[in-house]
Design a protein around this ligand. Structure first.
Ligand code: DGL
Length: 271
């Protein structure tokens, strides 16, 4: 018998976009307590240097470990791509989104052509290409940095019929369409909200991979082996590094449900 482990799952993101992964935990692992850290005072990470992203990541890990988490999900595409091979890892298991999303894409593609969308830092890291090439050497990967997607989603511009986001998406997706990809990795926390827009432009035969959902499915399998919580319903504690004003409405956008849980502002800078 695997013993229940009722310590919380830590979730880290540069801001509130990682709540798209929390949404998956609430659905798939409803008994788990969650400690969410969104570095809202320093978002975005996607345009920052490797050195800075690594430093912020180590500070975030230290905070989450101080909250007695049993494991950490790095929901942030940028942190997963840029910092996970470089940052000092905490003494609990860490699941990033790159490996699990690359595995899902390699398993799902039929024609071996995979598109990757991400922040400039994620795409510049080459992390997805390397992982996909290791899993499926014959694969052709087409990667596109999409710097305008995060600000558009944050401004609530992500629905089908919104001319601005559709225009921007059409430009970003053109290389993927030309290459004939049949699978697209939505390699940033914010992009699952663009699924309808991206799906409509790519067409019905193209599979979209949601890295946050893949990470949570992976964790659910690990928990089955190592010990999940044994309570019926868990609770969520949200920690942010900027003011909590406006938190509920922004958070609800990414959670796609009303926020239920406590929220507090913390300081995590340590040199
Ligand atoms: N959370 C980031 C990611 O998934 C997007 C926002 C940012 O640039 O920090 O890459």
């Amino acid at each position: 018998m695997v013993r229940p482990d009722n310590r919380p799952i830590g979730v880290f993101d540069s801001g509130l976009g990682g709540l798209t992964a929390v949404r998956e935990i609430l659905t798939l692992l409803p008994g788990e307590d969650i400690v969410y850290l969104g570095d809202t005072g320093r978002v975005p990470y996607g345009t920052r240097s490797t050195e800075t992203i690594v430093k912020y990541t180590e500070q975030a890990f230290a905070f989450l470990v101080s909250q007695n988490v049993k494991r950490i999900i790095v929901a942030c595409g940028t942190v997963s791509a840029v910092a996970l091979g470089r940052a000092k890892l905490p003494p609990v298991p860490v699941t990033g989104v790159v490996d699990v999303a690359a595995e899902a894409a390699a398993a799902k593609t039929q024609n071996g052509r995979i598109g990757v969308l991400g922040t400039p830092a994620t795409i510049a890291s080459g992390a997805y290409e390397r992982r996909i090439a290791a899993l499926l050497p014959s694969a052709e990967t087409v990667s596109v940095a999409c710097p305008l997607f995060v600000p558009l989603v944050e401004a609530g511009r992500f629905s089908r019929g919104d001319k601005v986001v559709e225009l921007v998406a059409a430009e970003y997706l053109e290389p993927l369409q030309k290459a004939g990809v049949d699978t697209v990795i939505l390699g940033c926390t914010h992009y699952p909200l663009l699924s309808d827009v991206i799906g409509a432009l790519m067409g019905g035969g193209v599979t979209l991979v949601n890295p946050g959902a893949e990470a949570v499915q992976h964790v659910a399998r690990e928990q089955a082996r190592e010990g999940a919580a044994d309570r019926a319903a868990g609770s969520v504690k949200y920690f942010v590094t900027d003011s909590i004003e406006g938190f509920s409405s922004s958070a609800a956008r990414f959670l796609q449900r009303p926020v239920d849980g406590s929220v507090a502002k913390i300081e995590i800078e340590r040199g």
